[in-house]
Design a binder for this molecule. Structure first.
Ligand SMILES: Nc1ncnc2c1ncn2[C@@H]1O[C@H](COP(=O)(O)OP(=O)(O)OP(=O)(O)O)[C@@H](O)[C@H]1O
Length: 224
């Protein structure tokens, strides 16, 4: 069996608030294999976003081990963490966070230019992804000219643009109606599987979670 792409060991995070300490993550262990799509289920406030922020190397304040692509992240400098994030991770949020003044293609091109890819190659990749997501007829629309589901699909294309080994998605369809959420999730899963990426998808939707390869549940700071 292949080595995990992500390995978390005894991951902990607490917050101090008004003299009280809340232990949100109390020793998380998790391994995600290359290409595996894992649903992270848990009620509101259980710590799903906190855990994704840790794995996404977006925040400090954690203890324990976070290993991505065989690299132990906690020992790295800030620059090296940024490089690890850029080279291996893609993010999809509940709200798309697309750049309003750029069209769909440009929003997907931009992270590739930042990663050092040439403009022609980046544009071809953006168009390939957007077309695979059924947006071939919306390439030059700006976010305000797209529906909620279309905006979220552009965000999915952007997350996958640099071929990340791991996609982190925080309630990626939480802002959509049920029918649209189903469709966007279906396309997301198909694309991630086609690309061979792993994914960790936070949701409180049991039904959507069951369409992924494995479900883990956050309960009282631990994974069940
Ligand atoms: N910066 C912070 N300071 C203090 N407490 C925090 C902070 N960030 C998160 N928390 C607390 O940590 C707990 C977990 O929050 P988190 O956002 O990770 O939950 P979640 O499972 O993603 O919830 P939701 O499904 O509602 O998004 C909450 O009780 C929250 O109040």
């Amino acid at each position: 069996m292949s080595e995990p792409f992500v390995r978390l060991a005894n991951l902990r995070r607490s917050f101090s608030q008004g003299g009280e300490t809340i232990e949100v993550l109390r020793g998380i262990d998790l391994a995600i294999r290359p290409g595996e799509i894992v649903a992270l289920l848990g009620p509101s406030g259980s710590g799903k976003s906190t855990m994704l922020q840790a794995v996404g190397l977006l925040e400090g304040g954690f203890t324990g081990k976070i290993e991505i692509a065989g690299i132990e992240a906690s020992a790295l400098s800030a620059d090296a963490r940024t490089a690890l994030r850029r080279d291996h991770l893609g993010f999809v949020y509940q709200f798309h966070h697309l750049l309003p003044d750029f069209n769909a293609t440009e929003n997907v091109v931009l992270p590739q230019l930042i990663a050092g890819k040439g403009a022609g190659e980046a544009r071809a990749r953006a168009e390939e992804l957007l077309t695979a997501l059924g947006l071939g007829h919306r390439l030059t629309h700006r976010p305000s000219q797209l529906s909620g589901g279309e905006q979220q699909r552009v965000a999915v294309a952007r997350a996958l643009a640099n071929r990340p080994g791991l996609v982190l998605a925080d309630e990626p369809t939480g802002n959509l109606d049920e029918a649209t959420a189903d469709k966007v999730l279906e396309q997301f899963l198909k694309l991630v599987r086609g690309e061979g990426s792993s994914a960790l998808v936070a949701t409180h939707n049991e039904r959507l979670a069951l369409r992924m390869d494995r479900v883990v549940r956050l309960h009282e700071g631990l994974l069940a």
